[in-house]
Design a protein around this ligand. Structure first.
Ligand SMILES: [Zn+2]
Length: 89
C-alpha cells in the first residue's frame, strides 16, 4: 500500500512558489538538525489538509512547514539552517 500524501520535495513547489518568487525546487536546503544539504526537490513532503510538511531525507527532521489560510500562506522555516537560492548572473 502506498501513501499518496507522501511525495518528493517537488510537491512543495506550488505552495512555496506563492511566497518565494523563484523556482523553489532549485533551492538548496541545509537541515538544521543533521546539516545534510541538498536540493528541495530531494526532500520528502507530506501533504495533508493541515498543510505541507517538508522533511529531511537523511534524518526526517521537519525542514519547512507551509499552510494555506484563506488569502495567505504561512511558512515556518525553523528546521532549515539555510536556504540557498541561485540568482541570475
Ligand atoms: Zn536532517
Amino acid at each position: 500500500m502506498t501513501d499518496d500524501s507522501v511525495l518528493d520535495g517537488n510537491a512543495a513547489a506550488g505552495v512555496l512558489g506563492a511566497v518565494f518568487r523563484f523556482e523553489a525546487t532549485t533551492t538548496v536546503v541545509t537541515c538544521a538538525a543533521c546539516h545534510a544539504t541538498g536540493p528541495l526537490g530531494g526532500t520528502v513532503v507530506y501533504l495533508s489538509d493541515m498543510g505541507t510538511v517538508v522533511r529531511c531525507r537523511e534524518c526526517s527532521a521537519v525542514l519547512i512547514r507551509a499552510a494555506e489560510l484563506r488569502d495567505r500562506v504561512v511558512v515556518d522555516l525553523r528546521g532549515a539552517a539555510t536556504i540557498t537560492v541561485a540568482v541570475p548572473g
